[in-house]
Write a protein that binds this ligand. Sequence first.
Ligand SMILES: NC(=O)c1ccc[n+]([C@@H]2O[C@H](COP(=O)([O-])OP(=O)(O)OC[C@H]3O[C@@H](n4cnc5c(N)ncnc54)[C@H](OP(=O)(O)O)[C@@H]3O)[C@@H](O)[C@H]2O)c1
Length: 269
Amino acid sequence: MTIKVCVAGATGWAGSALSKGIYQTEDLEMAGAVSRTHKGKTLQDVIGLDGCDLIISGSVGPDALAGCHVMVDYTAPEIAKQNILTALDAGVHVVVGTSGLTDEDYADIHTKALEKKRGVLAVGNFALTVVLLHKFAEMAAKYIPQWEIMDYAHDAKKDAPSGTAREMAHRLSKIRPSRLTIPLDQTQGVRETRGADMTGSQVHSVRLPGYTLSLEIIFGMPDQKLTLRHDAGSSAQPYVDGSLLAIRRVHTFTGLRRGLDQVMDLDEK
Ligand SMILES: NC(=O)c1ccc[n+]([C@@H]2O[C@H](COP(=O)([O-])OP(=O)(O)OC[C@H]3O[C@@H](n4cnc5c(N)ncnc54)[C@H](OP(=O)(O)O)[C@@H]3O)[C@@H](O)[C@H]2O)c1
């Protein structure tokens, strides 16, 4: 069966690369595309998809979703939740690439997905190397009780922390909270310099020119420390490969799942 896909944010950096990836894949079909500024134009005109006369819609609604099995969101945090709930109401499974949604947003999305008996797969970072980073950090957190998360990105990134850092903190919270030797409220000096407490992890976001997107988890023990670090490159291809996998698998469950590993077989044999 061909899976028909709507990409919200089809003209953006990640969404246009994904739309090209879907267009070149035999088992998937571009059936909807959304961008406010390019409403009414074709994907061929806007992102150069040769022979693709799909008309871009201005919002996620009945036109964009008509006949679609899966909606992928690569837009912006201020609109993503509304897009996701609209797609679920229309009976469409959802893959979420957009970062910036909170744990509370995801709780609402999970409730709606269960009600509509549809799957939602939200992935803070679709790159395989990040999926492995999450796994390795979860292993380390079982043995090392104290860690902090460093989130680095370019100065134009609006959301903080990144989706990758949020997902990391969320996943580590399922293992345990990081132990603090000095409780935060006993900090002498400027409390904010200790970062933000996100479900039991201290997260520090740096936004400066010169960075792309990097994440470090520093695990500390007396007289030793372990640093796990991921550095993203400049192309969107790693996100495309992971998104295509998510599109193919999101129909296999109902409710919300977070992390690409949820639909991969990464268990050690
Ligand atoms: N999970 C991952 O692995 C991963 C990887 C890459 C990026 N991301 C995340 O994906 C999101 C998009 O990133 P990007 O770099 O592709 O951004 P971008 O280049 O700015 O593209 C955003 C796209 O969304 C559309 N859009 C924005 N606001 C909209 C709205 N209110 N209604 C409808 N469409 C809207 C834009 O078109 P118009 O402005 O014309 O509407 C554009 O097509 C970000 O949250 C980013 O952090 C996640």
